[in-house]
Design a protein around this ligand. Structure first.
Ligand code: SF4
Length: 339
């Protein structure tokens, strides 16, 4: 049971951030795993630093170097492989409308609220994103808000990052005040993996602020494996759902993590138990350094066919791919109807 009132938890999630694992040696030692066979891959953290909060490490299986949660965060030698088609900016995002603001979709804008994440996922499509050039700062916020206010075609703001929940509750509340004052906005969507890796980030203060907003609040989580949703997280999510916040999940299809129908089925079931609807299953964005996570389209379609046979349609996420320059996600045609 975790406390769900703002105060103490507010301190706790920041303390958890500060004591995250940043070295593979430390993490493997914590998990009682012999580092010797993995040491050659450790320099990959120069390509993208390692960062793993302890509550996430606590969900890994001690002694198991093939643990699917560990695989998502452990630097490996494969990251140095130069693979054709895998590039630094797979979604052509590095040029934005304004620093910190991406206007990819007609009615939605994406605000890059904070550059950092609580965890560094080795497959991240933004592992090479120049956050330093896209940090809006105080003046930039004014410009981004003016941009949104000037375009009545925008009805939804998506807070992204990095991880937007790296911002403090007070900063989020200030931004929410400003967004609520723009009459054509209807929804606020927050994309975050932070609660999955530090459940204490689901503070009571933030829940209460979102629950009383005139904007419909949607929290889109990023969970790839059922074991990421432990009882502590499930209980906190159920509480947010009872407060009226819509909870969705997007996963990435990852070799060695969730490229298995039973694993994906267990993930959907576990999400629904926690009050979260499976929303998208993404094909990997072809970012340099992550080719070893790729799953072929034929295998992905075969997995989806098996999921459709096992689960009700509302528990089957849509298999999609992001294509740079496209105005929406591109579904992978399955040639099948959900039940
Ligand atoms: S939490 Fe999301 S944005 Fe952050 S490193 Fe992981 S995949 Fe990338």
């Amino acid at each position: 049971m975790i406390p769900l009132n703002g105060g103490d938890l507010h301190i706790n999630w920041q303390k958890e951030l500060a004591r995250a694992f940043t070295s593979p040696e430390q993490l493997l030692d914590y998990l009682h795993i012999d580092p010797t066979p993995w040491q050659a891959g450790f320099p990959a953290r120069r390509l993208f630093p390692m960062r793993v909060p302890r509550p996430f490490a606590d969900k890994m299986r001690p002694g198991d170097p093939r643990d699917p949660l560990l695989r998502q965060v452990l630097p490996l030698g494969e990251e140095f492989a130069e693979v054709p088609g895998f590039v630094a900016d797979p979604l052509d995002e590095h040029d934005s409308a304004l620093p910190g603001l991406l206007h990819k979709y007609r009615s939605r804008v994406l605000l890059v609220l904070r550059g950092g994440c609580a965890i560094n996922c080795r497959y991240c499509f933004r592992r090479h994103f120049p956050y330093a050039d896209n940090s809006p700062g105080r003046e930039g916020w004014r410009e981004a808000l003016d941009y949104i206010a000037a375009d009545p075609g925008i009805n939804e703001v998506i807070l992204s990052g990095g991880d937007p929940l790296m911002a403090k509750d007070e900063q989020l509340a200030t931004l929410l005040d400003a967004l609520e004052a723009i009459p054509h906005l209807r929804r606020l969507r927050i994309h975050s993996r932070l609660p999955v890796v530090i459940p204490a980030r689901l503070t009571g203060a933030l829940k209460a602020r979102l629950a009383r907003s005139r904007l419909q609040a949607v929290l889109v989580l990023h969970v790839n494996h059922a074991r990421e949703v432990d009882d502590i997280l499930a209980e906190a999510l159920q509480d947010w759902r009872r407060a009226g916040i819509t909870l969705l999940n997007q996963s990435v299809l990852l070799a060695g993590v969730n490229d298995d129908a039973e694993v994906l089925e267990a993930l959907s079931e576990r999400l629904f138990e926690a009050g979260v609807l499976p929303y998208y299953l993404h094909q990997l964005d072809q970012v340099q350094g992550a080719a070893h996570f790729a799953v072929g389209d034929d295998q992905a379609r075969a997995l989806m066919a098996r999921l459709l046979a096992r689960l009700p349609g509302f528990l089957v996420p849509r298999l999609v791919r992001e294509v740079g320059g496209e105005t929406s996600k591109t579904p992978l045609d399955l040639g099948l109807e959900p039940r």
